[in-house]
Design a protein around this ligand. Structure first.
Ligand code: IMP
Ligand code: MG
Length: 186
């Protein structure tokens, strides 16, 4: 796996420190009283971030999962994201925090936020580990951001290329040319 890694952009130590900090920020944003909190994680990229983040949030919470597919099969052009596994938890009256790995074009988060609003949550906030600084559209609101990065394709800490590298502990770029990767990502 290491042979295909180009360079480490964010080390596991920096990730761990920032995730702990984000957990603290999220915990203070919801306050001490029973927040009726439900975290909705977007599969599969958010799982590692979710697992680390929630252990820095002491409040009682429920977890819900949603899966979205953006690049079906080996298609090159995105046909737009589609929900392939819907949320099974009841979100009405809950404070909902969406957790995702990365905000890129914002299409995935826009779709998920709209779907959640239909459940009638009390509030809706979003946390992402990474945001591609120059691409993220202003109308897709995120409340907690780990790191702003350049528009480069990254893997590791849950982020994949062709469903690989999710277990790589750092956030890194690959040796393969970026456009070739971007057209094949899932
Ligand atoms: P969107 O373009 O904001 O809809 O991003 C949708 C999804 O594409 C993210 O949740 C990731 O799963 C994936 N994605 C976007 N950029 C990258 C990247 O640099 N590496 C790996 N996956 C990415
Ligand atoms: Mg994802």
């Amino acid at each position: 796996m290491d042979a295909e890694i180009d360079s480490i952009l964010i080390s596991r130590e920096r990730i761990a420190a920032r995730v702990a900090e984000m957990g603290g920020q999220i915990a203070s944003a919801y306050g001490d009283r029973d927040p009726c909190l439900t975290l909705v994680a977007i599969l599969s990229g958010a799982v590692i971030f979710l697992a680390d983040l929630i252990r820095h949030i002491p409040q009682e919470m429920k977890l819900a999962l949603i899966a979205v597919s953006s690049y079906p099969g080996t298609s090159v052009a995105s046909r737009g994201p589609k929900i392939v596994r819907d949320i099974e938890e009841d979100l009405a009256g809950r404070h909902v925090l969406v957790v995702d790995d990365i905000l890129d074009t914002g299409n995935t988060l826009r779709l998920v936020q709209e779907a959640i609003r239909e459940h009638g949550p009390t509030s809706l906030r979003t946390a992402v580990l990474l945001r591609k600084r120059d691409k993220a559209p202003p109308e897709v609101t995120v409340d907690f951001v780990g790191f702003d990065i350049e528009d480069v394709f990254v893997v590791g800490y849950g982020l994949d290329y062709d469903n690989l590298y999710r277990n790589y502990p750092h956030i890194a770029t690959l040796r393969v040319a970026a456009p070739a990767i971007a057209s094949r990502r899932s």
